[in-house]
Design a protein around this ligand. Sequence first.
Ligand code: CA
Length: 512
Amino acid sequence: MNTIIDQNARSGDRAYTAANAVDAGRVPSRGEVGGMAPNARSGDRAYTAANAVDADRVPSCGDRGVVALVSGWLLRTACAAALWALHAGAADPARPNVLVIVSDDHGWSDYGFMGHPHVRTPHLDRLAGQSLVFQRGYSPVPLCRPSLSSIVTGLYPHQHGVTGNDPDLPDPGVNAMASRSNPKYARYYDAIIGHFRRHPNIVRDLASRGYVALETGKWWEGDPVKTAGFTHAMTQGESKGSRHGDAGLAIGREGLEPIVRFLDQAGDRPFFVWYAPMLPHAPHTPPAGLLDHYLPLAPSEPVARYWACIEWFDRTCGELLAELDRRDLRTNTVVVYTADNGWIQDPSQANRAAPRSKLTPYEGGVRTPIMISWPGRVAARIDQEHLACNLDLWPTVAALLAVPAPAGLPGINLADPQAVAQRRRLFGEQYAHNIADVDHPTRSLHHRWVIDGPWKLIVPDRRNRPNAQPELYHLLRDPWEKTDLAARETARVQRLAARLDAWWAPPQPSSF
Ligand SMILES: [Ca+2]
């Protein structure tokens, strides 16, 4: 663990203090956890500027869990789970552990194993060599919050109701990204989380089956313990200012210590770990050594910064997987890998997406490799043909764990070759960044899309994109969607549009 923690840990502003020791029985001693790395850097803290941990968010055991301060980190645990004894680690082959790795704003081609000429991802390349890899994987939506909700619920955004990152607010000029602390607008933010909470999710399901579950990194839906059933969480989520993860956003960028301590304490119960660091997501503030490597290779500094953040993320994944190896847990842990949405870096402006990137229905917004690894149980191979989707993660994990998933989920078990071969098409949807009407979340729809074999049809929404036309691409011949074939393939456009319409059945507003 030392490399990443040493490089990225920051110094002292969350120093160990007795005042934070809410539960003395759970707080490791200094001797157990060690101090922060001596060469910790202060770093660029822009991404936590709006999410600073403050005392108001520290929960009490009585109302929402226990706080354990681990090497300067706040890690909450549900009260019941806080009573575990310490053991060496889960080892029941009938109940494998689950590690979900979600990259954030990561372009589908930007990996060594996906053929990128410059971006180095040796640890993810190694994971790919141990995995069932779907190179034609997709998120059903190209934006962080709805995508993460889809991963954990197994539902399309139009089904779970979380269609954007923030609500549009009724007063002009009010910043929807920064208004969660204003009680006047609480209804809008609460409504979105309310949509999410109405649905079963994989975390609560596994916790109900005896798993201990840790949340780290990106998390939009309030308190992960309350809203999703995690037993442990870095994210506090109680403050309306938490937005996309507050304290949890330190994971990866500042080391992996909360996960290490969680593994120490998991006992003999199987675990579920949600590792969703805000990487390579902006701000693109990589360690200097990585940036130096990419500056001569990239077309511009903004691109070099993005590429360096990918390698930074890859290093953290390597450290995490090495930790499982060190504990001899790899053969008893299902590792699932995906990205929440894609990214194409604007070469002229740091931290900005180029056109056809995140928040668009194009491949740069929705495509991602998807990997399933369970050494000795899931055969490693690369699938370049068949379609996979983030909605498949719950059905796949459920099948591998031999537990049921809810009936009616749209995903399939990716480890079932027959189900994979029988799937002909994938669907997806794209909305505005802000939800125009939290009571009618599909009103901010911009596009729907269907991929049918090699073909992809993108259909603009009549209400919000009245002047746009459907676009048709042959993805195998034209993976970057440069040649729109809709005008010369009108019959195909009609057939695929009919399939989209047959699939699209959003609930009425009253049922959200
Ligand atoms: Ca994202």
